[in-house]
Design a protein around this ligand. Structure first.
Ligand SMILES: Cc1cc2nc3c(=O)[nH]c(=O)nc-3n(C[C@H](O)[C@H](O)[C@H](O)COP(=O)(O)O)c2cc1C
Length: 336
């Protein structure tokens, strides 16, 4: 098992993301847990995140937290990122993570067409121009809430087939105005959201944008058929104020485009020069871990392995890998 420890050591070193100092290059991937009754994070949520900070994660990215607009979601137990009780709940979370030496980013989310019942969902094709303004206001308010609640960074959820990603994907964006058409036009509304958030947080606070090719409902989907198209979309994000790109893929070792071994994070970095976070089955198949070095990511995000083993990063980098429990799907139901 020695190769395993050696492969991971490099990620245990302190680093910086812009001006934000991190204790390691391990991030926690955002994972919805639906354990915030009434949309308000609790002391149990704070303890859950604290355990991952204690376990060697340099940057925690929270589960998706909803903007304060009724179209954002139908779920009662998904946390909100709004002034009032939810803000106070998040303050418990950020305090605990900071006490453990960790840093934490809030992921800001709107479900788009995944809202239920489906007739009530806002989608790119259904939205009126006046609706855009309402959402920009709500995103900005969530960003200001994140700052007041003590977050160190924010991440905009622009991946997986939710609202902002639905603008990027031609299959779910048939608009003929300035918000639809070629890649540059499809990126207009997501970029406006990025700008609204950027203008609502301190200049030195990292603004992460998460994007993906795949959708939860279509793993083969693509927002960009070519690196040139991806360059247009990510260039618009950077221009609007994104300063870190979180390239979500299901398996980090898979090339993003034919003919080049670079994964999606590698391409994001190459095309924009911005720092990138990679993610996707890290630690699920231990034999794949040495391949991480080939992918030029600034941070590596762990998702499912952290559900059952909160201190996965610490165990993997201190010679205690034999204590890591193999990931089990049942871990998704546990909340400790
Ligand atoms: C239970 C669960 C909930 C998730 N919720 C979110 C979410 O709220 N926001 C998001 O961007 N991704 C979400 N994801 C995707 C993860 O962030 C991550 O990209 C994915 O699990 C792949 O990483 P892994 O193989 O290390 O688990 C979720 C994944 C899981 C397993």
């Amino acid at each position: 098992m020695k190769f395993y420890r050696t492969g991971m050591d490099t990620y245990a070193a302190p680093t910086t993301l812009g001006k934000l100092a991190l204790s390691s290059r391990f991030a926690m991937a955002p994972m919805t847990r639906k354990r915030s009754p009434g949309g308000v994070p609790t002391a149990a949520n704070a303890a859950y995140y604290r355990r991952r900070a204690e376990g060697g994660i340099g940057l925690i990215i929270t589960e998706g937290a909803l903007i304060g607009h009724p179209s954002a979601s139908h779920e009662d137990d998904v946390p909100r990122l709004t002034p009032g009780p939810a803000e106070a709940g998040w303050r418990l979370v950020t305090d605990e993570v900071h006490q453990a030496g960790g840093r934490i980013a809030a992921q800001i989310w709107h479900l788009g067409s995944e809202r239920r019942p489906a007739e009530t969902a806002w989608t790119p094709d259904r939205m009126k121009v006046k609706d855009f303004e309402q959402l920009l206001i709500a995103y900005a308010e969530s960003a200001r809430t994140a700052v007041r609640a003590g977050f160190d960074a924010v991440e905009i959820h622009g991946a997986h087939g939710y609202l902002l990603d639905e603008f990027l994907w031609p299959h779910t964006n048939h608009r003929t105005d300035r918000f639809g058409g070629a890649a540059a036009a499809r990126a207009v509304f997501p970029a406006e959201v990025i700008r609204a958030v950027r203008d609502s947080i301190p200049a030195e606070m990292p603004l992460i944008v998460r994007f993906s090719q795949f959708k939860e409902r279509d793993y083969a989907a693509r927002i960009a058929e070519t690196p040139a198209e991806l360059a247009v979309i990510l260039g618009a994000f950077a221009e609007a104020g994104a300063d870190v790109l979180h390239a979500s893929q299901r398996r980090f070792w898979e090339p993003a485009f034919d003919g080049d071994p670079a994964n999606l994070a590698g391409w994001a970095k190459r095309l924009t020069g911005l720092p990138a976070i990679t993610v996707g089955s890290i630690g699920l198949d231990r034999d794949r871990l040495p391949e991480l070095e080939k992918h030029d990511a600034d941070l590596i995000a762990l998702g499912r392995v952290l559900l059952g083993t909160p201190d996965w990063a610490k165990l993997a980098t201190t010679g205690r890998e034999s204590e890591i429990r193999p990931y089990d799907k049942a871990d998704e139901d546990v909340y400790l």
